[in-house]
Design a protein around this ligand. Structure first.
Ligand code: AMP
Length: 432
């Protein structure tokens, strides 16, 4: 699988300078961190290394400074927040390379925590430049990658640096993500249902194709359902649709038939008139909605959320499942009048978790939805911290920031055989 900091001998950590790649790419408004969950997610590794008397040198990117110093993207607010969370002063360095900095890291005491400057201030970072990586490696004796959210990028601090430091191992967050999105979903308790939503089919084709042979049921909601509904001959009015992916949708439907995987589409939708509600209305109470059959949406209307009948059906399937993977909202949940489908799915997941089910949320907009509904991370089995990375991992792609670590093997992405008769067959029988 992959070696982690817990596989290291305590002697390998004590008094050693450990370069830890973390994902502190937090949202900032006027220099204030609006969500610190990425910092919180890195705490277990940092605390473990502190407890083992390592000298911890954290490295992260923030935003897109594109190889230049951007004052507003310095990591000072992150260092302040991390100090508060650890209850210990964090040393903030204003650079990330150089002889002076090397000397400063050597002067660090055991269990000290330091944070380098935004690594994307350096053009060598995104270029995965080996000379830059070599310079970075001079700051430490060993390497830990705990930045799952950046593991799909082959950058100097996520990949190249690992060639110059040994051991190079995974942090606890990286390990948990791989366990949850990999082992857990490849050996799921069945029935196993994937719920995929969001705006576009095109961004989730690969993940859908990968999931079809693995899961018993795929629920498709959100805007992407309309490409499927149109592919089946439905009238979808002005709903969002990717006409150039109608064949892709048909291909996924026939693949599902081949693997006896049930694909469940909404049967009804909450629609709005064909005007740009986003521009016209700042608040959702002005938006009028009407529920229509999903395959008979009037010409001048667009489906913006799943309807009550679909909510009932989706929730029923969730309740009957033992493992759920969720990625993407069921509607334009950002507006209160259009949040119902997404909220019902989220609450059904919470309920299933409380009854012992495994619920894994694969990053991105569904995480934003959970936040909107006040659902905390301990109410679900796992909420991935990586949007793009989690999607690529689920697609079965090799993540460069993971594959470069000691002991890596791709066994986590191996699929488990689907037992027969599958849940899909039972579902089909039940619905006749
Ligand atoms: P994605 O990034 O593909 O997961 O898409 C997430 C976005 O899809 C969210 O911002 C939702 O507002 C949007 N979305 C969900 N359902 C619909 C829909 N029926 N029509 C248009 N946009 C939608």
């Amino acid at each position: 699988m992959v070696k982690t900091i817990k596989d290291l001998d305590k002697k390998e950590l004590g008094s050693k300078r450990v370069l830890v790649r973390v994902d502190f790419n937090v949202p900032l408004r006027d220099g204030v961190i609006t969500d610190d969950s990425r910092i919180v997610a890195a705490l277990p590794s940092i605390k473990y290394l502190m407890a083992n008397n390592a000298k911890i040198i954290l490295v992260s990117h923030l935003g897109r400074p594109k190889g230049q110093v951007v004052e507003a993207l310095r990591l000072n607010p992150v260092a302040t927040r991390l100090s508060e969370l650890l209850g210990k002063a964090v040393i903030k360095f204003d650079t990330a390379t150089g002889a002076e900095l090397v000397a400063k890291t050597k002067a660090m005491k055991d269990a000290d925590v330091a944070l380098l400057e935004n690594i994307r201030f350096y053009p060598g970072e995104e270029a995965n430049d080996v000379d830059f990586a070599k310079e970075l490696s001079e700051l430490a004796d060993l390497y830990v990658n705990d930045a799952f959210g950046a593991a799909h990028r082959a950058h100097a601090s996520t990949q190249a640096v690992s060639s110059y430091l040994s051991p190079a191992v995974a942090g606890l967050l990286m390990h948990k993500e791989v366990e949850m999105l990999g082992s857990k979903l490849n050996h799921p308790e069945r029935p196993f249902t994937a719920i995929i939503g969001g705006a576009k089919v095109s961004s989730k084709i690969s993940v859908l194709k990968k999931l079809v042979p693995k899961v018993d049921t795929i629920i498709i909601g959100g805007g992407m359902a309309f490409t499927f509904l149109k592919a089946q001959g439905g009238q979808i009015g002005q709903s969002i649709c990717e006409d150039d992916h109608l064949d892709t949708a048909r291909e996924i439907l026939s693949l599902a038939d081949q693997f006896n995987t049930a694909i469940i589409l909404p049967t009804d939708n909450k629609t709005t008139s064909n005007e740009n509600i986003f521009e016209k209305h700042q608040t959702s109470d002005k938006i009028e909605t009407e529920t229509c059959a999903s395959n008979q949406i009037p010409q001048d209307r667009q489906g913006m959320d799943i309807g009550p009948e679909s909510v009932k059906q989706f929730v029923k399937i969730i309740t009957q499942s033992k493992t759920i993977l969720w990625n993407g909202p069921m509607g334009v949940f950002e507006y209160d009048v259009l949040e119902n489908g997404t909220k019902a799915v989220a609450l059904a997941l919470v309920e299933l978790t409380s009854k012992g089910g495994t619920t894994i949320v694969g990053g991105g907009d569904s995480v934003a939805a959970l936040e909107k509904f006040g659902i905390s991370k301990n109410q679900l089995t796992h909420i991935s911290t990586g949007g793009g990375a989690s999607l690529e991992f689920l697609e079965g792609k090799t993540l460069p920031g993971l594959a470069c670590l000691d002991g890596y093997s791709s066994s986590t992405t191996e699929e488990a055989e689907k037992p027969h008769p599958s849940f899909a067959e039972e579902l089909k029988k039940a619905s006749v």
